[in-house]
Design a protein around this ligand. Structure first.
Ligand code: ADP
Ligand code: MG
Length: 247
């Protein structure tokens, strides 16, 4: 974490949820330094659906992990509302992750011995104002699968349980790292529909990492990363429904 003096911080612009400024991440691998992020400036807006695109190794996961408080930058600042995540203590970051952020990863990380309902309830039990686990599962189209164990569900269904688990605590932001990476296109589309529904019905600010350029068409905004920097930002005037995507 940077040791520079605390900068005077202006209030975030209207509608801005995340304000990242000069975010740098260097991994020290023995003698070698890996520059994963080289000074990223980025604002994410309340309620928007963003897709992060870029080649493997371009820094997508590192950026998402920093936004989600799973990792801290080497330099730069990340404001979430009026708090600077780069100056938060471990305890504050835990609180931030627990109450404000939902994560979805490529592999679903469900607990095999718990049903779909129980996997979601694990999270709602420690949340402040959760929705009912049944409700979260209904929102992702799994209202009929509550008592199924992960092994009795398809990959796409398991990923939708993971989405239900992530959103059941009603997080402000949902961060998804290659959520369709392990799925065939048909199943992936159903998962993307669940994400779109959550974004539209709950207004959850959503960022989705993918290396599939076709998925970008369902986003409000597409952020392109290349070699640790944002190379392009594209605003989509119209968003396609997941069902209209082809890949
Ligand atoms: P992406 O998600 O776009 O594939 P990453 O953010 O995972 O990219 O990685 C960016 C760069 O940082 C890559 O060169 C990767 O090897 C390196 N990197 C990521 N995580 C670590 C780590 N924990 N230790 C060392 N190097 C890492
Ligand atoms: Mg990655």
């Amino acid at each position: 974490m940077s040791q520079d003096k605390k900068p005077a911080h202006e209030p975030l612009a209207e509608g801005v949820v995340f304000h990242a400024h000069g975010v740098t991440k260097v991994y020290q691998m023995g003698e070698v330094q890996v520059h994963a992020l080289r000074g990223v400036d980025l604002d994410l807006y309340r309620g928007e659906f963003t897709v992060l695109l870029g080649a493997s190794g371009s820094g997508k996961s590192t950026l998402l992990n920093i936004l989600g408080g799973l990792d801290t930058p080497t330099d730069g600042h990340v404001y979430y509302g009026d708090r600077d995540l780069t100056r938060a203590s471990e305890r504050e970051l835990t609180e931030y992750r627990r109450y404000h952020v939902g994560f979805v990863f490529q592999f679903y990380n469900l607990i095999p011995s718990l049903t779909a309902l129980e996997n979601v309830a694990v999270v709602t039990e420690i949340a402040k104002a959760p929705m009912r686990p049944e409700e979260a599962l209904q929102l992702v189209g799994l209202g009929e699968r509550l008592d199924h164990f992960p092994a009795q569900l398809s990959g796409g269904e398991q990923q939708r349980v993971a989405i239900a688990r992530a959103i059941a605590k009603q997080p402000d932001v949902l961060l998804c790292d290659e959520p369709t990476g392990a799925l065939d296109s048909k199943t992936g589309i159903v998962v993307l529909e669940a994400l779109q529904r959550v974004n539209q019905e709950l207004g959850t600010t959503t960022a989705v990492i993918t290396h599939n350029t076709d998925i970008a068409q369902m986003a409000d905004r597409v952020i392109y990363l290349a070699d640790g920097l944002i190379s392009k930002v594209q605003v989509n005037e119209t968003r396609l429904a997941p069902r209209e995507l082809k890949w």
